[in-house]
Write a protein of this length. Structure first.
Length: 477
C-alpha cells in the first residue's frame, strides 16, 4: 500500500471481536482514524460473559504454531509479519500447550482492549448498530461474528436477497483429493449426467458391500456425538439437512435411498458387481484439491468421524481438510455477495470481515479482519492495494471466501460453507518436492512433509515480496 494521502473521515468498524479488533488496529496503523463499535455491555450475546474486546468464548487455543508444517501455524507467521495485534496479544499471554499456541483468555482480551483503547486514532463506541449503518458512513467494516444481532442480520438479508445469510453450518467432511485411493474409487456422475458445468464424471465414488454398509450404519448410530451449545438450541438446524447419523437412525435402508444410493453408477474396477451402497465426493474448490463427502453433515465427534469414515473403501488413508459439523453460525454467501476486496456488491461502502464471511476459527477470523483493515485503510487514503498472493495463507483464505469455492454440480441450494485454513486451499507446487540430500526419492509421509514445508516456504517468500512491493504502514505500531 503506497502513497501518503490520508483521510480525516473515520473508518467505522462494527463488532470488536477478533476480526474487528484486528481490522481496527491495521487501519489505525495506516494513519487512518477508526470508530470501533461494540454493543457489549449494553447488549450482551448468549455466549459472551464480559465487555472485553476480542473475548474468546469457546476455546483458548489458536491451534498449531508450527509455521513449517501446519497451515494455521503458517497463518500465525504471516500475521506476525504484518504486525498483527491479535498475534502480539496471543504471544504475550501464551500458556503451555505443547506445539499449540494457547492463551490465558482474560489476559489476552485485556491486552487487546488496552492496546485499542490507548491508540490515539481509535475511538471505542459502546452502542449497538441496529440495522444498516447510517448512509453518511462511507467506509464500514462489519465484523459482527456468528452471533450477529437480529436487526443487523435482517438488514443485510433485505439488502442482498434471501440467499444472503445462513444461520447454521451444515458441514460435511472435506477430504484432500490426493489422499483418496483411486484404485478402489472412480469418477462418474449418476447416469453420466453432465449437469451445469459438469463432464459426466464429476463425483468420486466409493463402493460398499452389504456387510460393509451394515457395519457402517451401526457405527454411525453408536458413534459419540457432540452436544449443541446453549445458544444453538433454539435454531432450526434440520430443515432438509439432517445429520447423517440421524438419517441412519430412521432405518437401516434410509441412507441407501438418500445420499448413499447406488443407482446409475458402474464400478470400472469391478463392472459386473453392483455396489450395495456408494459414498460420493464432490469437488469443493476450483483448484480440485478438496472433495466434499456429499450429504455427510454430522454431529459425530471428530475422533469418531475419522475412525468411521476411514472404514469407507477408498478413504482408508483419507486426510481431512475439515471434519463435519452442525452449529449456529451467521455467515454470508460470500462468493456470490462479496467482491475480491470483501465489499458487499449491493452496497460497496460495506466491507465484511471475520466469521461472517465464511472463514472458520479464531485465527482465520482475525486474518480476514487484518486484510479487511488494510483494504479499508487503502480506500480511506484513495490508493489501491493488490491482493496478497494466492500462494500465501492469507491470500488462499481470501480466495476461498471470494471466489475459490464452486457451487453444487447438481441444481439445488447454496453449498458454500465456512472453512479453516488448510493446505488444500493453496495452489499446488510446480513439480515434485526436492529429493533427499543423498539424492534418493522421497516416499510416503516424507513426501507429504516436504510438500507442506515447500508450500510454507513459498508462502513466506511471496508474502515478503508482496509487503515490500505494496505495503507502507503510515504509523508504527
Amino acid at each position: 500500500m503506497t502513497g501518503t494521502k490520508s483521510s480525516s473521515e473515520p473508518v467505522h468498524i462494527i463488532g470488536a471481536g477478533l476480526a474487528g479488533s484486528e481490522a481496527a488496529w491495521q487501519v489505525a496503523r495506516s494513519g487512518v482514524p477508526v470508530v470501533l463499535h461494540e454493543m457489549r455491555p449494553h447488549r450482551m450475546t448468549q455466549a459472551h460473559r464480559t465487555d472485553g474486546l476480542a473475548e474468546l468464548v469457546c476455546s483458548n487455543s489458536f491451534r498449531s504454531d508450527d509455521a513449517a508444517n501446519n497451515a494455521v501455524g503458517l497463518l500465525h507467521a504471516e500475521m506476525r509479519r504484518l504486525g498483527s495485534l491479535i498475534m502480539r496479544a496471543a504471544d504475550a499471554n501464551q500458556v503451555p500447550a505443547g506445539g499449540a499456541l494457547a492463551v490465558d483468555r482474560d489476559g489476552f482480551s485485556l491486552a487487546v482492549t488496552r492496546a485499542l483503547g490507548e491508540h490515539p486514532l481509535i475511538e471505542i463506541s459502546r452502542a449497538e448498530i441496529a440495522g444498516l449503518p447510517p448512509a453518511g458512513w462511507r467506509n464500514v467494516i462489519v465484523a459482527t461474528g456468528p452471533l450477529t444481532s437480529a436487526p443487523l442480520a435482517d438488514a443485510v438479508r433485505k439488502l442482498s436477497g434471501e440467499d444472503a445469510l445462513a444461520f447454521f453450518d451444515a458441514i460435511a467432511p472435506i477430504v484432500h483429493r490426493d489422499s483418496i485411493d483411486m484404485s478402489t474409487a472412480w469418477f462418474q456422475s449418476r447416469y453420466d449426467k453432465t449437469g451445469p458445468g459438469g463432464t459426466g464424471a464429476d463425483y468420486i465414488n466409493c463402493p460398499m458391500t452389504k456387510a460393509q454398509y451394515d457395519a457402517f450404519v451401526d457405527a454411525l448410530i453408536s458413534g459419540e456425538k457432540t452436544d449443541f451449545k446453549q445458544w444453538e438450541t433454539s435454531t432450526l438446524y434440520f430443515d432438509g439437512c439432517l445429520p447423517i447419523e440421524v438419517m441412519a437412525e430412521r432405518g437401516p435402508e434410509t441412507l441407501r435411498h438418500g445420499p448413499m444410493k447406488p443407482v446409475g453408477l458402474t464400478n470400472p474396477h469391478d463392472p459386473t458387481v453392483k455396489a450395495y451402497a456408494i459414498v460420493q465426493l464432490r469437488q469443493d474448490n476450483k483448484l480440485g484439491t478438496l472433495y466434499n463427502m456429499v450429504g455427510f453433515q454430522t454431529k459425530l465427534k471428530y475422533g469418531a468421524q475419522q475412525r468411521i469414515f476411514r472404514t469407507i473403501r477408498g478413504l482408508e488413508n483419507a486426510e481431512f481438510a475439515r471434519l463435519g459439523g452442525l452449529h449456529r453460525n451467521t455467515f454470508l454467501n460470500s462468493p456470490k455477495l462479496l467482491d475480491a476486496q470483501l465489499r458487499l456488491r449491493a452496497e460497496p461502502r460495506l466491507r465484511f470481515a471475520g466469521q461472517m464471511t465464511g472463514c472458520e476459527g479464531y485465527v482465520e477470523s482475525a486474518g480476514i479482519g487484518l486484510i479487511a483493515g488494510l483494504y479499508a485503510a487503502a480506500d480511506a487514503r484513495a490508493i489501491s492495494l493488490a491482493a496478497p498472493p494466492a500462494t500465501t495463507a492469507l491470500g488462499s483464505l481470501l480466495g476461498h471466501i471470494t471466489g475459490g469455492h464452486i457451487e453444487t454440480i447438481e441444481p439445488g441450494g447454496r453449498s458454500f460453507q465456512p472453512m479453516n485454513i488448510n493446505f488444500g486451499l493453496f495452489p499446488p507446487l510446480a513439480g515434485s518436492p526436492t529429493p533427499k540430500p543423498d539424492g534418493t526419492r522421497l516416499r510416503g509421509n516424507e513426501k507429504t512433509v516436504a510438500r507442506k514445508q515447500a508450500i510454507s516456504a513459498r508462502a513466506l517468500s511471496d508474502l515478503d515480496r508482496w509487503m515490500a512491493d505494496h505495503l507502507q504502514i503510515a504509523a508504527a505500531a
